[in-house]
Design a protein around this ligand. Structure first.
Ligand code: NAP
Length: 248
């Protein structure tokens, strides 16, 4: 019997790679996206062409009403939830802390932190044995930025990921006895569109020589770690922050 997985921000990058890999491992997948319906439909089409089950669901996960609609849509179309990947996240243009506006900070906290709390809350209400559920697994996508700080680039982003690390530790302990494991993956520099959205499309290629493994990682290398944490092979792993960062 296939299990149901919701991945936020799965139209592109790490989320898309995770959706495609999950579908090949017998998960039926809800592919959430914010605005790029073309990309989300492409992921769903690729999964269906390979014989998998997937749906695309638009929802801005920084907005509570959208999160509620997202989970209700998954309930109605795919059935009982077994896993959540809190992957949607944004960076911003390089700035020093003394230049950052409050509106920039508010968007960063809402998109990278509040979204993960809201989605996890909905997932716990469906998966926790306390609510009559069958258990499940949550993987949060953090970043090694949480321990590097990203000076003169985006300290706000790094701090948002540090919040995700602490969120992972706390939630893992809160729901461990209710059948839910909660872990985080902390990617290093991965070759996706996110660097262009931070105004630096060449970042992954430029940084390669400075990384211990001498290259940026791929979205699929992060997806592999996420799928392991979701799987029964990781049955004794909870509250863990797994760095997948090429030694960075
Ligand atoms: P990406 O290529 O820029 O893709 C971002 C995805 O998130 C897209 O699917 C986008 O949807 C979605 N998204 C953005 N805001 C959203 C919102 N408010 N609601 C719903 N979906 C939203 O990013 P990525 O590099 O794959 O990053 C994925 C995660 O990995 C992020 O949490 C990021 O911080 C983390 N990470 C990335 C790297 C890296 O080097 N790439 C390193 C460390 C951590 P649309 O397509 O609709 O815009």
């Amino acid at each position: 019997m296939p299990q149901t997985l919701l991945i936020t921000g799965a139209s592109r990058g790490i989320g898309a790679a995770t959706a495609i890999l999950a579908a090949s491992q017998d998960w039926q997948v809800a592919v959430n996206y914010a605005s790029n319906s073309l990309a989300a439909d492409g992921v769903v089409r690729q999964i269906r062409a390979a014989g998998g089950v997937a749906i695309a669901v638009q929802a801005d996960v920084s907005i509570e009403a959208d999160v509620l609609r997202l989970f209700e849509t998954v309930d109605a179309k795919l059935g009982r939830l077994d896993g959540l990947v809190n992957n949607a996240g944004v960076v911003d243009l390089a700035q020093r802390v003394d230049e950052m506006s409050v509106s920039r900070l508010s968007r960063m906290w809402a998109t990278n932190i509040t979204s993960s709390f809201m989605c996890a809350a909905q997932a716990v209400r469906r998966m926790s044995t306390k609510y009559g559920g069958n258990g499940g697994a949550i993987v949060n996508v953090s970043s090694v930025a949480s321990r590097l700080g990203s000076p003169a680039q985006y300290v706000d982003y790094a701090a948002s990921k540090a919040a995700i690390d602490t969120f992972t530790l706390g939630l893992a302990k809160e729901v461990a006895s209710e059948g839910i494991r909660v872990n985080a993956v902390r990617p290093g520099i991965i070759d996706t569109d996110i660097h262009a959205s931070g105004g630096d499309p060449g970042r992954a290629a430029r940084m390669a020589a400075q990384l211990p493994l001498q290259r940026a990682g791929t979205a699929d290398e992060i997806a592999q770690a996420i799928l392991w944490l979701l799987s029964d092979q990781a049955s004794y792993t909870t509250g863990t922050l797994l760095d997948v960062a090429g030694g960075r």
